[in-house]
Design a binder for this molecule. Structure first.
Ligand code: CMP
Length: 140
């Protein structure tokens, strides 16, 4: 079993999709090890997405991610990083497979409903960015 990090982004929260996305997470047999709501400041969003700082979409991305509440989660499953990425689908919802979370709930490439770590190493960093060890329940 391994961990990944997920965000239900401000568009999905504002559009009332939080419950449906969490229900799908449970249905797909992920174990929720950590969960909280956060309202990122732009500075926090910039730090989280630091690797994208030079990309043309950086300022739109960080403005959007700080525009409202998000839900951050630590998810456990076998091969969690890949399993979550498969479940959420392609970054661009137009290219996402049928029944993926982004196909169902994303509006476009920026307002794309959810985030998922792209590697186990980044999952560890992203989890540590938002969660302390005490926030993560590994035995329940
Ligand atoms: P996420 O999985 O959160 O990781 C980085 C985010 O940057 C990505 O989802 C998209 O929301 C956003 N992103 C990536 N590429 C583009 C792009 N070409 N235009 C706008 N936003 C993008």
């Amino acid at each position: 079993m391994s961990l990944t990090f997920a965000i239900i982004k401000p568009d999905a929260v504002a559009n009332g999709h939080t419950g449906k996305i969490i229900d799908r997470i449970i249905q797909e047999k992920f174990i929720i090890r950590g969960l909280k709501q956060v309202k990122m400041t732009q500075t926090v969003a910039e730090a989280f997405y630091e690797v994208h700082r030079e990309r043309p979409f950086f300022s739109d991305l960080t403005r959007f991610m700080s525009s409202g509440k998000s839900i951050v989660l630590v998810l456990e499953k076998e091969n969690a990083v890949n399993a979550w990425r498969e479940l959420i689908g392609a970054t661009n919802p137009l290219q996402a497979d049928a029944n993926t979370i982004r196909k169902l709930f994303a509006e476009n490439m920026s307002k794309n409903a959810v985030h998922g770590s792209d590697s186990a190493e980044n999952a560890q960093k992203e989890i540590a960015f938002f969660f302390t060890n005490q926030d993560i329940i590994t035995n329940g």
